[in-house]
Ligand binder design. Structure first.
Ligand SMILES: Nc1ncnc2c1ncn2[C@@H]1O[C@H](COP(=O)(O)OP(=O)(O)OP(=O)(O)O)[C@@H](O)[C@H]1O
Length: 176
């Protein structure tokens, strides 16, 4: 399976919807988890139990092109990690109406490459796409061409810590 992953708010769902409209079969990891009885609700949040999924998930049961979600790299062998400069990601997150704690937690995860590092541990083939300044359609086209093996986008070109001078907390709080 090919995962579209990345920090919450980076644009996975938006890009997935474009690919769906192009005729690709895209599922959300929550649907997979629910099918195997590995999805629970904690307050407002749906939580995927990765240990549960690990023992039950069978990729051959799923006829799909893409799986999306910020945990989707856990069940895929190929993945594209969507990245976004923290200043732009902050605006995307504010646009989604998220509270300050949720924005801070996820911005920090983006800055320290959390999903990329996990993806490199989980997937045999990892691509990294900087979505900063791109439209969702441009990002969808890049994901599509990687999926079709027409292009590659190896990880290593994103370094937010250097870009914001290491003053992560000050950088974020100034903009909130
Ligand atoms: N280049 C881009 N690619 C994707 N989304 C973008 C882009 N530019 C702006 N956006 C906007 O950023 C927001 C991203 O929200 P979206 O729900 O797609 O993120 P997500 O990564 O799926 O989040 P979650 O993990 O919480 O589901 C949308 O409002 C989208 O319109």
């Amino acid at each position: 399976m090919f995962a579209i992953t990345g920090t919450p708010g980076v644009g996975k769902t938006t890009v997935s919807e474009i690919l769906r409209r192009k005729g690709y079969r895209v599922i959300h990891i929550n649907e997979v988890a629910e099918y195997y009885g590995c999805l629970s609700r904690e307050g407002d949040e749906l939580v995927v139990d990765l240990d549960c999924l690990d023992g039950r998930f069978d990729p051959y049961e799923w006829e799909c092109d893409f799986v999306e979600g910020h945990l989707s790299h856990h069940i895929a062998d190929r993945c594209a990690v969507l990245r976004c400069h923290p200043a732009e990601l902050l605006e995307r997150m504010k646009g989604k109406g998220w509270d300050e704690d949720k924005i801070l937690e996820n911005l920090e995860a983006e800055i320290v490459d959390f999903i990329l590092v996990e993806s490199l541990e989980m997937c045999a083939e990892v691509h990294e796409i900087d979505t900063t300044g791109k439209t969702p359609h441009e990002v969808a086209r890049i994901v599509e061409s990687i999926y079709l093996r027409q292009t590659a986008s190896p990880p290593g070109n994103v370094d937010w810590i250097s870009e914001i001078g290491g003053e992560i907390d000050r950088f974020i709080r100034k903009r909130l």
